[in-house]
Design a protein around this ligand. Structure first.
Ligand code: ATP
Length: 298
Protein backbone atom coordinates (compact mmCIF):
# COMPACT_ATOMS: atom_id res chain seq x y z
CA UNK A 1 0.00 0.00 0.00
CA UNK A 2 1.43 3.40 -1.01
CA UNK A 3 1.76 5.78 1.95
CA UNK A 4 3.39 9.12 2.75
CA UNK A 5 3.44 11.83 5.38
CA UNK A 6 3.99 15.40 4.20
CA UNK A 7 4.63 18.56 6.19
CA UNK A 8 2.83 21.51 4.62
CA UNK A 9 4.41 24.80 5.73
CA UNK A 10 2.57 28.13 5.94
CA UNK A 11 3.93 31.31 4.35
CA UNK A 12 4.18 34.98 5.11
CA UNK A 13 4.85 37.87 2.75
CA UNK A 14 7.92 39.86 3.69
CA UNK A 15 6.99 42.33 0.97
CA UNK A 16 3.75 42.60 -0.97
CA UNK A 17 3.43 45.24 -3.67
CA UNK A 18 0.65 45.68 -6.20
CA UNK A 19 1.78 47.30 -9.44
CA UNK A 20 -1.43 47.71 -11.45
CA UNK A 21 -4.79 46.24 -12.30
CA UNK A 22 -4.66 44.21 -15.50
CA UNK A 23 -7.20 44.04 -18.30
CA UNK A 24 -8.18 40.50 -17.19
CA UNK A 25 -9.24 41.90 -13.78
CA UNK A 26 -6.31 40.43 -11.85
CA UNK A 27 -3.74 42.61 -10.13
CA UNK A 28 -0.08 42.52 -11.13
CA UNK A 29 1.89 41.87 -7.93
CA UNK A 30 5.50 41.63 -6.75
CA UNK A 31 5.79 39.67 -3.51
CA UNK A 32 8.65 38.26 -1.50
CA UNK A 33 7.22 35.08 -0.04
CA UNK A 34 8.74 33.13 2.82
CA UNK A 35 7.88 29.69 4.21
CA UNK A 36 7.59 29.44 8.00
CA UNK A 37 7.73 26.58 10.48
CA UNK A 38 4.01 26.66 11.34
CA UNK A 39 2.58 23.70 9.39
CA UNK A 40 -0.22 21.25 8.68
CA UNK A 41 0.53 17.52 8.50
CA UNK A 42 -0.92 15.38 5.74
CA UNK A 43 -1.05 11.59 5.49
CA UNK A 44 -1.72 9.97 2.12
CA UNK A 45 -2.76 6.34 1.92
CA UNK A 46 -3.88 4.18 -1.00
CA UNK A 47 -7.60 3.46 -0.57
CA UNK A 48 -10.71 2.04 -2.26
CA UNK A 49 -12.09 5.53 -2.89
CA UNK A 50 -10.95 9.14 -2.55
CA UNK A 51 -11.83 10.60 0.83
CA UNK A 52 -10.62 13.10 3.39
CA UNK A 53 -10.69 13.39 7.16
CA UNK A 54 -9.59 16.49 9.03
CA UNK A 55 -9.49 17.83 12.57
CA UNK A 56 -10.80 21.24 11.44
CA UNK A 57 -14.53 21.82 11.02
CA UNK A 58 -14.09 25.18 9.28
CA UNK A 59 -12.84 23.74 6.01
CA UNK A 60 -14.68 21.68 3.39
CA UNK A 61 -14.58 17.94 4.14
CA UNK A 62 -15.28 16.97 0.57
CA UNK A 63 -13.79 17.21 -2.91
CA UNK A 64 -13.74 21.05 -2.63
CA UNK A 65 -10.95 20.84 -0.09
CA UNK A 66 -7.81 22.01 -1.87
CA UNK A 67 -5.99 18.85 -0.77
CA UNK A 68 -8.63 16.78 -2.60
CA UNK A 69 -8.56 19.05 -5.63
CA UNK A 70 -4.86 18.20 -5.87
CA UNK A 71 -5.69 14.48 -5.73
CA UNK A 72 -8.25 14.70 -8.55
CA UNK A 73 -6.02 16.92 -10.68
CA UNK A 74 -3.14 14.44 -10.42
CA UNK A 75 -5.46 11.47 -11.11
CA UNK A 76 -6.84 13.23 -14.19
CA UNK A 77 -3.42 14.25 -15.52
CA UNK A 78 -1.76 10.89 -14.79
CA UNK A 79 -4.61 8.49 -15.25
CA UNK A 80 -3.73 4.92 -14.39
CA UNK A 81 -0.64 5.98 -12.41
CA UNK A 82 -2.29 7.58 -9.35
CA UNK A 83 -4.48 5.30 -7.18
CA UNK A 84 -7.48 6.39 -5.14
CA UNK A 85 -6.28 8.04 -1.93
CA UNK A 86 -7.33 8.63 1.64
CA UNK A 87 -6.12 12.03 2.84
CA UNK A 88 -5.80 12.75 6.56
CA UNK A 89 -5.28 16.44 7.18
CA UNK A 90 -4.14 17.66 10.60
CA UNK A 91 -4.65 21.41 10.41
CA UNK A 92 -2.64 23.77 12.53
CA UNK A 93 -2.37 26.72 10.13
CA UNK A 94 -5.26 29.08 10.86
CA UNK A 95 -7.90 29.11 8.10
CA UNK A 96 -8.44 32.21 5.93
CA UNK A 97 -5.49 33.85 7.60
CA UNK A 98 -3.41 35.12 4.66
CA UNK A 99 -0.91 32.33 5.29
CA UNK A 100 -1.71 30.14 2.25
CA UNK A 101 -3.11 27.34 4.41
CA UNK A 102 -5.19 25.71 1.68
CA UNK A 103 -2.56 26.35 -0.98
CA UNK A 104 0.20 24.65 1.00
CA UNK A 105 -2.00 21.57 1.62
CA UNK A 106 -2.67 21.41 -2.10
CA UNK A 107 1.04 21.70 -2.96
CA UNK A 108 1.96 19.10 -0.33
CA UNK A 109 -0.46 16.55 -1.79
CA UNK A 110 0.93 17.14 -5.29
CA UNK A 111 4.50 16.68 -4.04
CA UNK A 112 3.52 13.55 -2.11
CA UNK A 113 1.77 11.98 -5.11
CA UNK A 114 4.74 12.81 -7.35
CA UNK A 115 6.98 10.84 -5.00
CA UNK A 116 4.88 7.85 -4.03
CA UNK A 117 3.71 7.27 -7.60
CA UNK A 118 7.19 7.86 -9.07
CA UNK A 119 5.85 10.39 -11.58
CA UNK A 120 9.25 12.08 -11.88
CA UNK A 121 7.83 15.58 -12.35
CA UNK A 122 10.28 18.48 -12.00
CA UNK A 123 9.57 21.42 -9.70
CA UNK A 124 8.75 23.58 -12.75
CA UNK A 125 6.29 20.99 -14.08
CA UNK A 126 4.59 20.74 -10.68
CA UNK A 127 4.44 24.55 -10.42
CA UNK A 128 2.76 24.71 -13.82
CA UNK A 129 0.14 22.13 -12.82
CA UNK A 130 -0.35 23.85 -9.46
CA UNK A 131 -1.05 27.22 -11.08
CA UNK A 132 -4.31 25.73 -12.44
CA UNK A 133 -5.65 25.47 -8.88
CA UNK A 134 -4.59 28.82 -7.39
CA UNK A 135 -2.04 31.65 -7.57
CA UNK A 136 -0.26 30.89 -4.25
CA UNK A 137 0.18 27.16 -4.90
CA UNK A 138 3.27 27.32 -7.18
CA UNK A 139 5.19 29.12 -4.41
CA UNK A 140 4.19 26.39 -1.96
CA UNK A 141 5.66 23.74 -4.31
CA UNK A 142 9.06 25.46 -4.22
CA UNK A 143 10.27 28.00 -1.70
CA UNK A 144 11.35 28.60 1.02
CA UNK A 145 12.09 32.13 -0.25
CA UNK A 146 10.88 33.39 -3.63
CA UNK A 147 9.77 36.38 -5.65
CA UNK A 148 6.25 35.94 -6.98
CA UNK A 149 5.10 38.12 -9.87
CA UNK A 150 2.24 38.11 -12.40
CA UNK A 151 -0.92 37.17 -10.45
CA UNK A 152 1.50 35.65 -7.93
CA UNK A 153 1.95 32.45 -9.91
CA UNK A 154 5.31 33.27 -11.57
CA UNK A 155 7.97 32.11 -9.14
CA UNK A 156 11.65 33.00 -9.08
CA UNK A 157 13.72 31.48 -6.26
CA UNK A 158 15.56 33.97 -4.06
CA UNK A 159 18.52 33.38 -1.74
CA UNK A 160 17.39 31.71 1.47
CA UNK A 161 16.27 34.21 4.10
CA UNK A 162 18.59 34.35 7.13
CA UNK A 163 16.60 32.89 10.04
CA UNK A 164 14.00 35.35 11.36
CA UNK A 165 11.85 34.75 14.44
CA UNK A 166 8.17 35.59 14.25
CA UNK A 167 5.21 36.15 16.51
CA UNK A 168 1.85 35.85 14.74
CA UNK A 169 -1.60 37.03 15.74
CA UNK A 170 -4.60 35.73 13.79
CA UNK A 171 -7.79 37.60 14.73
CA UNK A 172 -10.92 35.47 15.18
CA UNK A 173 -12.38 36.44 11.79
CA UNK A 174 -11.33 36.05 8.16
CA UNK A 175 -11.09 38.61 5.38
CA UNK A 176 -12.05 38.01 1.78
CA UNK A 177 -9.04 38.34 -0.54
CA UNK A 178 -11.21 39.47 -3.52
CA UNK A 179 -12.81 42.16 -1.32
CA UNK A 180 -9.40 43.44 -0.20
CA UNK A 181 -8.20 43.73 -3.80
CA UNK A 182 -11.57 45.20 -4.82
CA UNK A 183 -11.25 47.91 -2.17
CA UNK A 184 -7.68 48.78 -3.21
CA UNK A 185 -7.33 52.08 -5.10
CA UNK A 186 -3.87 51.44 -6.44
CA UNK A 187 -3.50 54.85 -8.13
CA UNK A 188 -3.99 56.48 -4.71
CA UNK A 189 -1.11 54.57 -3.10
CA UNK A 190 1.63 57.14 -2.61
CA UNK A 191 4.26 54.87 -1.11
CA UNK A 192 5.11 51.41 -2.42
CA UNK A 193 7.32 48.99 -0.48
CA UNK A 194 10.84 48.52 -1.82
CA UNK A 195 10.93 44.96 -3.18
CA UNK A 196 14.49 45.40 -4.46
CA UNK A 197 15.76 46.44 -1.02
CA UNK A 198 14.41 43.18 0.37
CA UNK A 199 15.99 41.15 -2.45
CA UNK A 200 19.34 42.92 -1.91
CA UNK A 201 19.08 42.16 1.82
CA UNK A 202 18.46 38.48 1.08
CA UNK A 203 21.42 38.39 -1.32
CA UNK A 204 23.64 39.95 1.33
CA UNK A 205 22.23 37.74 4.11
CA UNK A 206 21.55 40.99 5.97
CA UNK A 207 18.71 40.49 8.47
CA UNK A 208 18.42 44.20 9.30
CA UNK A 209 18.03 45.12 5.63
CA UNK A 210 15.35 42.46 5.12
CA UNK A 211 13.48 43.62 8.23
CA UNK A 212 13.67 47.28 7.19
CA UNK A 213 12.30 46.47 3.73
CA UNK A 214 9.14 44.76 5.04
CA UNK A 215 5.98 46.30 3.60
CA UNK A 216 2.49 45.41 2.39
CA UNK A 217 0.49 47.68 0.12
CA UNK A 218 -2.75 45.83 0.97
CA UNK A 219 -2.69 46.87 4.64
CA UNK A 220 -4.63 50.10 4.10
CA UNK A 221 -7.37 48.33 2.16
CA UNK A 222 -7.78 45.57 4.78
CA UNK A 223 -7.70 48.12 7.62
CA UNK A 224 -10.58 50.01 5.99
CA UNK A 225 -12.63 46.81 5.74
CA UNK A 226 -11.64 45.47 9.16
CA UNK A 227 -10.39 48.26 11.49
CA UNK A 228 -9.67 45.60 14.14
CA UNK A 229 -6.66 44.46 12.08
CA UNK A 230 -5.11 47.92 12.31
CA UNK A 231 -5.80 47.96 16.06
CA UNK A 232 -3.94 44.65 16.37
CA UNK A 233 -0.99 45.99 14.37
CA UNK A 234 -0.85 49.09 16.56
CA UNK A 235 -1.16 46.97 19.69
CA UNK A 236 1.72 44.77 18.54
CA UNK A 237 3.91 47.80 17.81
CA UNK A 238 3.05 49.26 21.23
CA UNK A 239 4.05 45.97 22.87
CA UNK A 240 7.63 46.59 21.78
CA UNK A 241 8.16 45.21 18.25
CA UNK A 242 9.79 47.38 15.61
CA UNK A 243 8.85 45.35 12.52
CA UNK A 244 5.16 44.45 12.36
CA UNK A 245 3.28 43.62 9.15
CA UNK A 246 0.05 42.11 7.92
CA UNK A 247 0.59 38.91 5.90
CA UNK A 248 -1.00 38.68 2.43
CA UNK A 249 -4.49 40.17 2.39
CA UNK A 250 -4.71 39.51 6.14
CA UNK A 251 -5.96 39.32 8.71
CA UNK A 252 -2.86 37.68 10.31
CA UNK A 253 -0.33 40.22 11.59
CA UNK A 254 3.24 39.23 12.46
CA UNK A 255 6.15 40.78 14.31
CA UNK A 256 9.61 39.81 13.02
CA UNK A 257 12.88 39.70 14.97
CA UNK A 258 16.49 38.95 14.12
CA UNK A 259 17.10 36.99 17.33
CA UNK A 260 15.17 34.13 18.92
CA UNK A 261 15.57 35.57 22.43
CA UNK A 262 13.95 38.86 21.35
CA UNK A 263 11.00 36.99 19.82
CA UNK A 264 10.55 34.78 22.90
CA UNK A 265 10.58 37.75 25.25
CA UNK A 266 8.08 39.59 23.07
CA UNK A 267 5.87 36.48 22.73
CA UNK A 268 5.67 36.07 26.51
CA UNK A 269 4.60 39.69 26.86
CA UNK A 270 2.16 39.72 23.92
CA UNK A 271 0.46 36.49 25.05
CA UNK A 272 -1.07 38.33 28.00
CA UNK A 273 -2.98 40.46 25.48
CA UNK A 274 -3.38 37.85 22.71
CA UNK A 275 -3.42 34.37 24.27
CA UNK A 276 -3.63 32.76 20.81
CA UNK A 277 -0.37 34.34 19.55
CA UNK A 278 2.00 31.89 17.85
CA UNK A 279 5.79 31.85 18.03
CA UNK A 280 7.47 30.52 14.89
CA UNK A 281 10.42 31.15 12.56
CA UNK A 282 11.38 31.13 8.92
CA UNK A 283 12.61 27.81 7.52
CA UNK A 284 15.62 26.75 5.47
CA UNK A 285 15.73 24.99 2.11
CA UNK A 286 17.06 21.87 3.86
CA UNK A 287 14.02 21.70 6.14
CA UNK A 288 11.69 22.23 3.18
CA UNK A 289 13.44 19.57 1.10
CA UNK A 290 12.74 17.01 3.83
CA UNK A 291 8.99 17.61 3.94
CA UNK A 292 7.91 14.40 2.16
CA UNK A 293 8.35 11.12 4.05
CA UNK A 294 7.65 8.41 1.51
CA UNK A 295 6.88 5.15 3.28
CA UNK A 296 6.74 3.34 -0.06
CA UNK A 297 4.73 0.13 -0.22
CA UNK A 298 3.78 -1.16 3.22
P1 ATP B 1 -4.08 32.77 0.92
O1 ATP B 1 -3.04 33.27 1.86
O2 ATP B 1 -3.54 31.82 -0.14
O3 ATP B 1 -4.96 33.86 0.37
P2 ATP B 1 -5.63 32.01 3.18
O4 ATP B 1 -4.59 31.58 4.19
O5 ATP B 1 -6.12 33.41 3.34
O6 ATP B 1 -5.05 31.80 1.75
P3 ATP B 1 -7.00 29.50 3.41
O7 ATP B 1 -6.66 29.05 4.80
O8 ATP B 1 -6.30 28.83 2.29
O9 ATP B 1 -6.87 31.08 3.27
O10 ATP B 1 -8.59 29.35 3.29
C1 ATP B 1 -9.32 29.97 2.26
C2 ATP B 1 -10.59 29.19 1.98
O11 ATP B 1 -10.25 27.94 1.37
C3 ATP B 1 -11.38 28.85 3.23
O12 ATP B 1 -12.63 29.46 3.11
C4 ATP B 1 -11.51 27.34 3.25
O13 ATP B 1 -12.80 26.91 3.50
C5 ATP B 1 -11.06 26.89 1.87
N1 ATP B 1 -10.23 25.65 1.89
C6 ATP B 1 -10.29 24.63 1.03
N2 ATP B 1 -9.38 23.70 1.33
C7 ATP B 1 -8.71 24.11 2.40
C8 ATP B 1 -7.65 23.57 3.18
N3 ATP B 1 -7.08 22.39 2.89
N4 ATP B 1 -7.19 24.30 4.21
C9 ATP B 1 -7.74 25.52 4.48
N5 ATP B 1 -8.74 26.05 3.79
C10 ATP B 1 -9.24 25.37 2.75
Amino acid sequence: MLQAKITAYAKINLVLDVLRKREDGYHEVAMVMQAVDLHDTIHLKEAERNWITTNNRHIPMNMNNLAMRAVTLMQREFSGQVPKLEVTLEKQIPVAAGMAGGSTDCAAVMLGINQICNLGLTQKELEYLASQLGSDIPFCIGGPTALATGRGELIEPLPECPELHLVLVKPPFGVSTPKVYGNLRIHEVAEHPDVQQCIDGLKAGDKAQVLNAMGNVLERSTFELQPKVEQIKNGMLACGAEHVLMSGSGPTVFAAFAEQSQAEQYYNKLRRQYPGAVLTRTISKKQLDERVENYGRK
